[in-house]
Every structure is written in structure tokens, then in C-alpha cells.
Write a new protein. Structure first.
Lengths: 262, 538
């Protein structure tokens, strides 16, 4: 299963890199002679309301999807892991502080908060990443804290302390590696979520600006034609699902590989 | 007279793995049979096969007859009639076999509701009667308690009460006392004997502890690597064992172990000592601030101990008595609220930058062999870690040092590249000892290091520690609830109860002329092997 997921994601990676070779036409070229054309030998996935080739747009959209998905999860993961591990391992006032910070973030719906931050900072992918870092760490922090709380009273962590090792060393060498697996799995599902929210932002005009080929914007644009020209939303949607499944399978596989049989 | 339960050529296979091979035995009405063996010997699987409580992947062959009825051919609904009603089970960890959200009364009433047509107040009366039967004091008070409010021994009593609810003919007890303190074990064993005598209950008692088995059973079978190696009356098997493995089991029992410590006189300045140690857990509440009180839980009150160089001190007591807390205070894992810890004539530097120097001299070995090692670290790295971090030797000497330490604790060099999950419990404990020795300590504190191991492994680990003690002149503190072990190993003993030291003195004095009832109870609870051939009335 892990291999299936890895193959899927690697294939998408190849698609992203080789986009100019794979695409049959310019993804942003408008063609008023072929508006809303159904899938055919000329336009494999059909065309949209201004005659742009859906196939080529999906291919080019892969670049942005992977870029947003992979980069978008890194900073929340690093911030969340750090806060969570410190809170769980030390407890006391460190934990108290981290948990209150978490309490402030959690009550707001995730997307509403991201939206508000992007609205203040201005549209664009960079600001989306900043918003994600400010909001998305919560899930990672919770997971990491839960793991660290269990680990800090495990005998091998106590043993490391009675060996006279420093807290920083113990956190890096003994706590972090053993707290990683649930976090990695969560990260893989988070990738899909980050891509989806990126698309939603694009739909609201706060993410990537049209006419850049982006799956979310494409799905949004096809919405009003769903009953007459289903292909506009269908193919980017399918692409999104296939990428999501790929990451989910990798996540599951990693969880299984990282688990240690006792 | 035909046997109540008759087992012939019982074989259980999981795929290619044979868990039980050709086991045969009989259990007569009112009889008690013990099944003894190490973990993994197939004794628990045998026990579960008797009531077909095994996963679907298990293939069972042979025959099991209860009162003439074949259990292996019985339908699922016939089995439901048998289980609980005629054959009841009690498991090792009462905590995990009681529903945490179910009150004690309901827990016991469950099988009454299923197997009898009693109702309402009748059930309540019956439950009370059962709780009284298993000697739970004031059963009315406990009816509405949840399992977490009960002690381990109480939970096991509730389990037994539930098992007896329908006047079962046979009680299958799978390691029922292994997780319990010696004094509690003694009481459960007494209870089983009483139930057998007064109610004609037949018992199958599975355990790795020969002493516990011989306290309850008439007959004994010994299992090893899924096979039955010896069977017969308890007194015969122990008095005249035929198989090498049985002899080894008997020899491993603390009663029979010829361990002797060099019991030198206790003179000289103390190497490690604690004075008026107080340890409290939890946080102060706001009301403490106003009343000047302290509502924190007191784990250790007024703890005093003195160990001179080369001596071995034993700390005994039931679980929760504070013995581990003292050990952890000695290495700085818990901070005492008051009291002094001294080392080699000076105040010990337990916190701060100079603690590494102190910890090089005082090392603690933990209870659970698997948990004490980082599951992702190889054995080599685990042992090399202190050498590298504290630069205890030149980097180029680390491989030799590790190899030397592994040899000292009798670990094969090939194990160096393995991770803890690939090792046995005994091997992991050796790794933990080697890691502690890497610091080249003068004091070794062993916190229940053998209680998670099989009897034969226990004996090996204790032998190893004794050898190290002699070779390196180590000073030791042994913490154990197993008094037999302490008696063999230690020069002096501290007896703890509820955070307080109730008795202290040289080992012989404490064991031979105990001053408190508590110590007497502890000593009386040590399960012994029968010496001669005590014939029981049948």
C-alpha cells in the first residue's frame, strides 16, 4: 500500500516537472473558437468557458498543488512539534503557557482564522503560508504533547536523565524519534487539507490570482457549468483526489514502518 | 470415578507455529492442578484452549471432555452454556479484565443475569453473598464502586466473585497472583484453598511460580516449549524431579538458591546515606495558603538509610510503600521537600552542573527491561551513549569498551546491532546493567529489576549482580517486594509501609525476630516450596 501511494505521488512529481512536455497547449491561452468543448481527441479533458485546454491546465496545476501542499505543512509541523514536545516533556508553566496559546487558537474555525489572517496580510501564497504557520501548528502540538507526556515517564527517558544527560539532548535523541510517527501520519493528511484550503482561498480571490492554472480555482470556475459542462470541475477534482489518496497511503505506510514491535 | 475434565493429546497450532503439543491431563472433581512453565511455554494457551477462547487462526486438535461432553466439538451456543456457568476464568491482570465503566456490583451480577433467572433483589443478595465469599469487607459499601477505586487484590477478588457467580465446577486461574504483592498473593491463595475445601471447587492454576502453585495444588504439570515435560503429584515432582528443566525450575526458586553474600561486618564511613527524607507529590492547593497546611500526598516520610562501602541494603514493602520513591530521590528524579542525602562523607550534588559527577558514582537500574531502553536505539548505541556523551574514554576506545561491558554481563557480541524489540527480557535487563556499568559507578540501585522476569531468568540476573558486586566491590541497594531474594542478597533490610520505615536492621535479625506485625505478615507471605512430602487429604 505504501508503494502504491509512493508511486502515485512520484508520478505526480514527474508530471509537475515535465509539465511543458506533457501539456498539449498553453494553459492560459484563450481560444474563443473552442468554448466549453467536451473531451475530444484535440482537447483530451475538454475546454472551459474561455476555451482554455483543461488537460494542460490540470498538468500545470500539479506544480502549484505540490508546492503549496509540501511547503505549507513544514512550518506548522516544526512549530507545532517544538511547542508540543516542550509542553509535554517539561509540564509545569511551559505546558500551561503552550496550552493557553492553543486554547486561544482552537475555538476559531481553522479556515475562518486563515482567511482573516490572509485578509489582513493581503492575498498571495506567501501570506497563506504565514497564516498556516500561525494556525496549523495546533494539531501537531496536541499530538506531540500527548506523545511527550507518555514518553517523559518512560524508564528509558528517566534512565537518560539518571545518566546525567541534558534535557535538550534527551528531547532530541530519545523523545523526538519516538514521538514522530503519529505526527508524520497527520502531516500526510494535512498536505491534502492545505491544498484544498489553498484552492478555496483562490476561489475567494485571496490565493493565487487567475489565470494561473490552479485546481481549486478551476473547480470553482466550473461550478456554474456543472450541469452542462461537467468536465471543467471533474478533471481537476479527480487530480486532487488522486494526489490526496497518494499522500494518505504514504502516511499509512510510514506509520506502519515507524512503529516498533515490542 | 471418571475425571471432571479430561484432556487428551491437546495440540494447538497457529499457522506453522505449534503453541501446545500433545498435552494430556485429568482433573478430578474437587481437585487442583497446577500448570507451571516460563512465559511462552504454552501454559496460557492450554488454559484458553480448554474453553476455546482462542482466536480463529488457532487450530485445536485432540480431545477435551468436561463431564463426558466434548468441548472441542461443542457448538458456540453450547460453549456459552459452559463458559461462566460450569467453567469460569480468572486472568492475570484484573485491571484489564474488569470493565472500567461498570460498577463492581453490576460486574459480578452480569453472569447471574445471563445464566440464571434470578431478578432484582435476589441478584443483589446473591452479589453480596459472593463478595462476602471472596472476603471483601463490608460488601454493601463496594457495590457501587468502580474498578479504579479498588486495589489490585480487591480487583482480583471481584474477578473471582464474578467467576464463582454461577457455582462453576472449575475455576481456570491464569497467573491470578503474578501482578500482586506477596501479602495479597498469600490472601488470594488462601481464598482459593478455602473455596476448594468448603465449596468443592476444582481449580486449574497456571503460574510461573512453583511456590504459589504448590500452595494450592495437589497435582502439577510442567510445560516447556509447548510440551509437557513432567506431571505428577506436587510433592513428588518437587521432591524427585525427573526432567532437567524441572530441576532447573526448582533450583531457580529463591528457597533453593545457594546464593550467599559475603556478610562482612558493617563498619567504616557510610558511602551513601539519607537523613529525614521527605518526598511529597502533587501541588499545593489555595486553601493550604490560608490554613498553612499541606494537602500534597506524602510518598516518603522521615526516610533514613545508611549504606557502607561494599554493603548490600534491601528495601522491602508492598507496592505504594514508597520504596521506589526513595530510590528516585537518591538519583535526583524526584526532589525531596526536606532531608539530606550524603555521599562519601559530603552532601550529594544531585542537582545542578555537578550532578554528572555524582551520577557517575550512583546508578539506578529500572524495573521493566523493555521500557528501560530506547526502542529505536541499537544495543551498541545504548551502551556507548554514556561513554560518548560524558567522554568517559577516547572515541577510538568506545567499541572496545562496549564489547568489554557486554562480555561482563554475558551478552553475545552479535547482539550489538540489534534493537531492544529483538531481545528477550533477560537480555534487555543485561543491557541496562551494562549501560549503568559504563558509568563505572560505586553504588548500584536495583529497583525491582527481577520482578518482570521469569524465575529462571531472575536467578541468572541475581547471579550476575552478585558476581559484579564481588568483582567490582559495588555497593548495592536492592528494592524488591520479593523477600526471599532480599534475604539471600542483603546485609541489612529496611521495611517500608505507606511511606514510612517501620523496621530496619541486619537481615537475619529482621527476618528471624521481626518486631512489627507488618513485617511478620510480609515474611509469612513468602511462597515456599514444600520441603518434605506433605500428603494432602483428597
Amino acid at each position: 500500500m505504501f508503494l502504491c501511494g509512493l508511486t502515485l505521488v512520484v508520478l505526480w512529481g514527474i508530471v509537475a516537472l515535465a509539465a511543458p512536455l506533457l501539456a498539449t497547449s498553453d494553459p492560459i491561452a484563450i481560444n474563443f473558437e473552442a468554448i466549453l468543448a467536451p473531451p475530444s481527441s484535440e482537447h483530451w479533458f475538454g475546454t472551459d468557458n474561455v476555451g482554455r485546454d483543461i488537460y494542460s491546465r490540470v498538468i500545470y496545476g500539479t506544480r502549484l498543488a505540490l508546492y503549496i501542499g509540501l511547503l505549507g505543512v513544514i512550518s506548522p509541523m516544526v512549530i507545532g512539534m517544538t511547542i508540543g514536545l516542550l509542553a509535554g516533556y517539561f509540564g509545569g508553566w511551559v505546558e500551561m503557557l503552550a496550552m493557553r496559546l492553543l486554547d486561544i487558537t482552537v475555538p476559531f474555525p481553522f479556515f475562518v482564522l486563515v482567511l482573516a489572517i490572509v485578509a489582513v496580510l493581503g492575498p498571495g501564497i506567501e501570506n497563506y503560508f504565514i497564516a498556516l504557520a500561525m494556525v496549523g501548528w495546533v494539531g501537531y502540538a496536541r499530538l506531540a504533547r500527548a506523545e511527550a507526556i507518555v514518553l517523559r515517564s518512560q524508564e528509558f527517558v528517566l534512565a537518560a536523565r539518571t545518566m546525567g544527560f541534558s534535557h535538550g539532548y534527551i528531547l532530541l535523541r530519545h523523545v523526538l524519534p519516538n514521538a514522530l510517527s503519529p505526527v508524520v501520519v497527520y502531516m500526510m493528511t494535512d498536505v491534502t487539507l492545505v491544498i484544498l484550503f489553498g484552492a478555496a482561498l483562490g476561489f475567494l480571490g485571496m490565493g493565487v490570482a487567475p489565470p494561473t492554472p490552479e485546481w481549486g480555482i478551476m473547480i470553482a470556475e466550473g461550478q456554474i457549468y456543472v450541469s452542462t459542462a461537467w468536465w471543467i470541475s471533474f478533471f481537476p477534482g479527480l487530480a486532487m483526489i488522486l494526489l490526496g489518496i497518494g499522500f494518505a497511503l504514504i502516511g499509512d505506510g510510514l506509520a506502519r514502518m515507524l512503529r516498533i514491535e515490542r | 470415578m471418571t475425571a471432571l475434565l479430561s484432556v487428551r493429546d491437546l495440540t494447538v497450532k497457529f499457522g506453522a507455529l505449534t503453541a501446545v503439543s500433545n498435552v494430556s491431563f485429568d482433573l478430578e472433581r474437587g481437585g487442583a492442578l497446577g500448570i507451571v512453565g516460563e512465559s511462552g511455554s504454552g501454559k496460557s494457551v492450554t488454559c484458553r484452549a480448554l474453553v476455546r477462547l482462542l482466536p480463529d487462526t488457532a487450530r485445536i486438535s485432540g480431545s477435551v471432555r468436561f463431564d463426558g461432553q466434548s468441548i472441542l466439538d461443542a457448538s458456540e451456543s453450547e460453549l456459552d452454556g459452559l463458559r461462566g456457568k460450569h467453567i469460569a476464568m480468572v486472568f492475570q491482570s484484573p485491571a484489564s479484565h474488569l470493565d472500567p465503566l461498570m460498577r463492581v456490583g453490576d460486574q459480578v451480577a452480569e453472569s447471574l443475569r445471563k445464566h440464571t433467572d434470578l431478578s432484582g433483589t435476589k441478584i443483589r443478595q446473591e452479589v453480596l453473598r459472593l463478595l462476602e465469599l471472596v472476603r471483601i469487607p463490608n460488601p454493601e459499601n463496594w457495590l457501587h464502586a468502580y474498578p479504579h477505586q479498588l486495589s489490585g487484590g480487591m480487583k482480583q477478588r471481584v474477578m473471582i466473585a464474578g467467576a464463582l457467580a454461577c457455582q462453576a465446577d472449575i475455576l481456570l486461574a491464569d497467573e491470578p497472583t503474578t501482578a500482586l504483592d506477596a501479602t495479597v498473593q498469600k490472601r488470594i491463595l488462601d481464598l482459593l484453598n478455602e473455596l476448594r475445601r468448603d465449596h468443592g471447587l476444582s481449580i486449574i492454576f497456571v503460574s510461573h511460580d512453583l511456590g504459589a502453585v504448590s500452595a494450592v495444588c495437589d497435582d502439577l504439570i510442567v510445560m516447556r516449549r509447548s510440551e509437557l515435560v513432567e506431571a505428577g503429584p506436587v510433592a513428588d515432582v518437587i521432591g524427585n524431579p525427573q526432567h532437567d528443566y524441572t530441576r532447573m525450575l526448582i533450583a531457580s526458586h529463591p528457597d533453593r538458591q545457594a546464593i550467599t553474600t559475603a556478610r562482612r561486618g558493617t563498619s567504616g564511613t557510610p558511602l551513601i546515606e539519607a537523613r529525614n527524607l521527605h518526598v511529597r507529590f502533587g501541588n499545593r492547593t489555595l486553601s493550604d495558603l490560608f490554613t498553612g497546611g499541606d494537602s500534597r500526598f506524602t510518598a516518603v516520610r522521615d526516610g533514613n538509610l545508611v549504606v557502607r562501602p561494599g554493603e548490600a541494603l534491601g528495601i522491602v514493602g508492598e507496592s505504594g510503600s514508597g520504596k521506589s520513591t526513595i530510590a528516585r530521590a537518591l538519583v535526583g528524579l524526584v526532589q525531596p521537600v526536606a532531608g539530606k542525602i550524603g555521599f562519601d562523607g559530603n552532601a550529594a550534588q544531585i542537582t545542578g552542573a555537578r550532578r554528572v559527577g555524582y551520577l557517575r558514582d550512583v546508578q539506578l537500574i529500572y524495573q521493566h527491561p523493555y521500557e528501560a531502553l530506547n526502542p529505536r536505539m541499537t544495543i551498541y548505541n545504548a551502551i556507548a551513549e554514556p561513554l560518548r556523551r560524558h567522554r568517559l574514554c577516547a572515541p577510538s576506545d568506545v567499541p572496545d569498551q562496549v564489547a568489554d561491558l557486554m562480555a561482563q554481563v554475558d551478552l553475545w557480541p552479535e547482539l550489538a546491532s540489534k534493537i531492544p524489540g529483538q531481545l528477550s527480557g533477560g537480555q534487555c535487563q543485561r543491557v541496562a546493567i551494562a549501560r549503568a556499568l559504563a558509568m563505572n559507578p560505586r553504588v548500584l540501585i536495583a529497583d525491582e529489576i527481577t520482578s518482570a522476569l521469569d524465575v529462571t531468568l531472575q536467578a541468572q540476573i541475581l547471579d550476575l549482580l552478585l558476581r559484579l558486586q564481588k568483582e567490582r566491590g559495588l555497593t548495592m541497594i536492592f528494592i524488591s517486594h520479593d523477600l526471599a531474594v532480599i534475604r539471600k542478597l542483603c546485609h541489612s533490610v529496611i521495611v517500608m509501609r505507606r511511606g514510612e520505615i517501620v523496621e530496619t536492621g541486619p537481615t537475619e535479625q529482621v527476618f528471624d525476630t521481626p518486631e512489627t506485625d507488618y513485617t511478620r505478615d510480609l515474611i509469612a507471605a513468602i511462597p515456599h516450596l514444600p520441603e518434605a512430602v506433605p500428603m494432602r487429604s483428597r
